[in-house]
Write a protein that binds this ligand. Structure first.
Ligand code: PRP
Length: 216
């Protein structure tokens, strides 16, 4: 019987899920029934000693920080917002997006500073606060968990700080980007203890992934 310890991989539901499973499949890391739609949240490959767990996007760094997952795939934006103590091993290149501030087109103020002391709706209050503080601005942060663009439309806030990928959501909601805050892509993260204890397998996975990424 194989008694080698399992490697647990946290994968986020949403835009990065399929790209992540496709990448792992290229290095032979798969499990039967691994799908975003799966109602089963832990999908195990006994033979390869792999466990995939399917989590909410914002929770991936938490699972990895506590070692409940050894490794995970998640956007740089979510890592920065979480402030968790984890190692970032690889920039996977996919999931390109950027975090920015946007406002309603028809209520655009002349300068960024004209938004000081107004309300900003965001899923990323820590990154937003760091940014506005660096601009010498105090703001009121309203934490939302999704559909951030609604904030200024229905008068909850004057602006948003959110992710833009294609720009479609901004356009469809008559919002305009006024300042870019950070660029992001998907990253491979690892728990620092797992990195030491499971070094051989993690390191050989990183080597294999690097080869795939170089040829993609
Ligand atoms: C993200 C983000 C924007 C949208 C941007 O939302 O919060 O709403 O994607 O993408 P686009 O520039 O390609 O239109 P997500 O789909 O993750 O949903 P949620 O924030 O409403 O949970």
């Amino acid at each position: 019987m194989n008694t080698e310890p399992f490697i647990t991989i946290a994968l986020p539901k949403g835009k990065l899920f399929n790209l992540s499973t496709e990448l792992f499949a290229k290095i032979g890391w798969t499990a039967e029934g691994l799908s975003e739609k799966s109602r089963k949240l832990v999908i195990t490959n006994e033979e390869q000693r792999l466990k995939f767990i399917i989590t909410k996007t914002a929770d991936v760094p938490t699972y990895v920080e506590y070692g409940a997952a050894d490794i995970g795939i998640i956007g740089k934006d979510v890592i920065a917002e979480s402030g968790k103590d984890i190692y970032e091993l690889l920039d996977l290149g996919f999931g390109k997006c950027h975090l920015m501030m946007a406002v309603p087109k028809d209520r655009k103020r002349p300068t960024l500073q004209d938004y000081a002391h107004t309300r900003v709706a965001t899923k990323f209050p820590h990154i937003a606060e760091q940014f506005f503080t660096s601009q010498g601005m105090q703001m009121e942060y309203i934490k939302l968990n999704g559909s951030i663009e609604l904030g200024p439309i229905i008068g909850l806030s004057e602006s948003i700080v959110d992710i833009v990928e294609t720009g479609t959501t901004l356009k469809e909601n008559n919002l305009e980007e006024i300042v870019s805050i950070m660029d992001a892509t998907a990253r491979l993260i690892v728990n620092p203890v797992s990195f030491k204890l499971k070094f051989e397998r993690v390191n050989s996975m990183v080597t294999d992934l690097k080869k795939i990424l170089a040829t993609d």
